[in-house]
Design a protein around this ligand. Structure first.
Ligand SMILES: Cc1cc2nc3c(=O)[nH]c(=O)nc-3n(C[C@H](O)[C@H](O)[C@H](O)COP(=O)(O)OP(=O)(O)OC[C@H]3O[C@@H](n4cnc5c(N)ncnc54)[C@H](O)[C@@H]3O)c2cc1C
Length: 601
């Protein structure tokens, strides 16, 4: 029987994948901004030439798309552009995301006052310069909480002196190594005024001029070449760099003529959260890109598998997809792609607390959960889900998936990078778990008798029951264990340190529950074909989390056999429709034909 390729998409499913916004005209314009030639690189390029081409393409894309300020106002449109870039070339996605969300975004958002950072904004909007972010410092963990780079106010000029105190505080990684590419950076620094630290602010600083030369006071140290995500990484040290007052993206803070300092944020801690308030645009982009490259990987795996014959001795010439392992891998990848697409649609449409910073809980590990707890958590969950699925697609695509084109390796590099980048996943999990344990702006799922529907694994009510029950039990245990340790006199480090594993599992349970709720909403409001494929996602979730569900006593021993049987039934139902499910992803042919070089295609 096997699976096939090449069916035309189910219009409703394709509509679900595309989403309601942007409309067809804008969508076409955004797709044209990243044409098919951007999906491959010519051979024989040096690493620097390769990077120069990435930036040249970024310029072309930026000029073809609507202006950056418009895109930042329209999250689904910006995400559509970034999704296309991610499928085409992860390095293009990374540099594009930095440009829009982490350079232009903070300049527009925090650059209050008419002249504030106008030149920087214009150079980025015109694509004459490319955006870079100087936030992370190389030598200490959790540097975002307390950058050692300072911006010392100079009362004589009204400007600031930016200083890297030592090599440990060098900003790294940054995308600034290419010697002839102009770069404008948003620098995160601790503002010092009148000898006092006033909190973390953003400064807009050209770090490479129109010819690529770094100005005096900016020392750029290129990093050795790497291949995981091919970008021009470098460390940047600011050596008493004098910047004018306008470089300060003050976000309403001011220094009065009498020299007094005023910040509407109210405190350095609240200022940090506000300065990190640019993150929701990053998280929406990362979640959307995770969904997009998972769709592309699933499409590639189906293309590899469909119609492929086997020579195994149990059943010579049996189609590869008749074997359960490959069938479940292909359909599981499709299911994961649909679930991530549902999450991406949800976050693109969702009103985030970006407009009301400091809406999240207190944090200890990173500033992220304080900005928007659930969005940060969904970013952590989406990158892990994408990493697992993309890696699985790579392995099940055999040699062609590794050696014929860079694509799956590059997607894997992207998902790996973003488990740290854009807010480190583990730190987000720990801060989420702490908020859960402390009931800090978090309400646990209610305890209800169950499971409903006699535990029928085909019932969405059962999946939600299991997820909620596991989350509640883990949270209670975590709170009890940390509370007991504190009660016995342990300091906060000791009380939490022995519970970090449980903390990560507890926050992951919360992310799982949120994801299943989003999928449930999508299945109810979306096309009927979505139901079975999201059911497969839920069954795979049960399989993946069986250890935790059993350990929490949410399910009895022997239950996994039922999950596997339900999965086989669902796969039998979905197998004839695999091509239709993949066709709705509307992937460009260049993505699904990794061995086309053999036939000159
Ligand atoms: C490809 C890529 C591109 C990037 N680009 C940029 C960029 O352009 N500009 C920029 O400013 N930054 C950039 N970053 C940096 C990114 O923000 C950081 O990597 C991330 O915040 C993690 O910080 P770190 O690398 O210092 O690692 P660490 O903070 O050392 O964290 C590494 C791991 O250590 C553990 N850990 C750390 N602290 C704790 C703790 N207190 N408790 C328990 N466990 C802990 C966690 O497991 C964590 O995952 C990029 C990162 C990558 C991977």
């Amino acid at each position: 029987m096997g699976m096939s390729m090449g069916t035309s998409p189910d219009g409703d499913l394709a509509g679900f994948v595309r989403g309601a916004s942007p409309g067809p005209k804008l969508r076409e314009r955004l797709a044209d901004a990243v044409p098919e030639e951007f999906f491959t690189y010519p051979g024989d390029l040096t690493a620097r030439d390769h990077q120069a081409l990435t930036y040249a393409r970024l310029r072309r894309a930026g000029l073809a798309a609507p202006p950056g300020s418009e895109l930042l106002e329209d999250p689904p449109a910006l995400c559509a552009l970034l999704e296309r870039a991610a499928i085409a070339d992860p390095a293009l996605f990374h540099t594009m995301m930095l440009h829009y969300t982490l350079a232009l975004g903070p300049i527009i958002r925090f650059g209050t006052g008419r002249d504030g950072a106008r030149a920087a904004r214009e150079s980025l909007e015109s694509m004459d310069s490319f955006g870079a972010l100087l936030m992370t410092e190389v030598g200490r963990s959790n540097s975002h909480l307390s950058p050692r780079t300072t911006a010392v106010h100079d009362p004589a000029t009204g400007g600031f002196v930016l200083r890297t105190p030592d090599v440990q505080a060098a900003k790294f990684p940054t995308s600034t190594a290419h010697p002839s590419v102009p770069k404008t950076a948003c620098v995160y620094a601790t503002l010092v005024h009148g000898g006092e630290e006033r909190g973390v602010f953003v400064f807009a600083v050209p770090v490479r001029g129109p010819d690529g030369a770094a100005p005096p006071g900016v020392r750029i140290v290129p990093a050795p070449e790497t291949t995981g995500l091919q970008v021009d990484y470098a460390a940047v040290l600011l050596e008493d760099l004098h910047v004018p007052h306008e470089a300060w993206l003050s976000d309403g803070a001011r220094i009065d003529p009498d020299g007094s300092f005023h910040d509407p944020a109210g405190s350095p801690a609240a200022r940090l959260t506000r300065s990190m308030g640019i993150a929701p645009a990053v998280w929406r982009a990362v979640i959307s890109a995770s969904a997009a490259i998972t769709r592309a990987s699933a499409g590639m795996l189906l293309a590899h598998s469909a119609g492929r014959s086997t020579l195994g001795r149990l059943a010579p010439r049996r189609p590869l997809t008749d074997y359960r392992n490959q069938q479940e891998a292909v359909l599981g990848a499709l299911a994961s792609a649909y679930a991530l697409t549902a999450v991406a649609s949800h976050v693109k449409a969702r009103h985030t607390s970006a407009d009301a910073p400091a809406g999240g809980p207190r944090t200890a590990w990173a500033p992220w959960s304080a900005v928007d707890r659930d969005l940060a958590l969904l970013k952590a969950a989406a990158t892990v889900a994408a990493q697992e699925t993309v890696s699985m697609c790579r392995v099940h695509s055999g040699a062609p998936g590794f050696a014929a084109v860079e694509r799956l390796n590059a997607y894997r590099g992207l998902t790996h990078a973003y488990m740290n980048a854009g807010g480190d996943n583990e730190l987000i999990l720990y801060d989420t778990a702490r908020a859960m344990a402390d009931l800090d702006r978090y309400t646990p799922p209610e305890a209800v008798p169950g499971p409903p529907d006699d535990g029928d694994l085909d019932s969405p009510r059962v999946w939600l029951f299991l997820a909620r029950e596991a989350e509640r039990r883990m949270r209670d245990r975590l709170a009890e264990r940390v509370g007991d340790a504190a009660g016995a006199g342990a300091d906060p480090f000791t009380a939490w340190n022995d519970n970090l594993m449980l903390a990560a599992r507890t926050a992951t349970a919360c992310a799982d529950r949120l994801t299943l709720e989003i999928c449930d909403d999508a299945a109810r409001s979306g096309p009927p074909a979505l139901g079975p494929v999201l059911r497969l996602h839920a069954l795979n979730w049960m399989d993946r989390r069986a250890a935790a569900l059993l350990d929490e006593g949410v399910v009895p021993p022997g239950w996994l056999e039922e999950v596997h049987a339900a999965r086989r039934r669902t796969c039998d139902e979905l197998a004839p429709r695999a091509a239709e499910l993949a066709a709705a992803f509307e992937l460009p042919p260049v993505v699904t034909a990794p061995t086309a070089f053999l036939t000159g295609g």
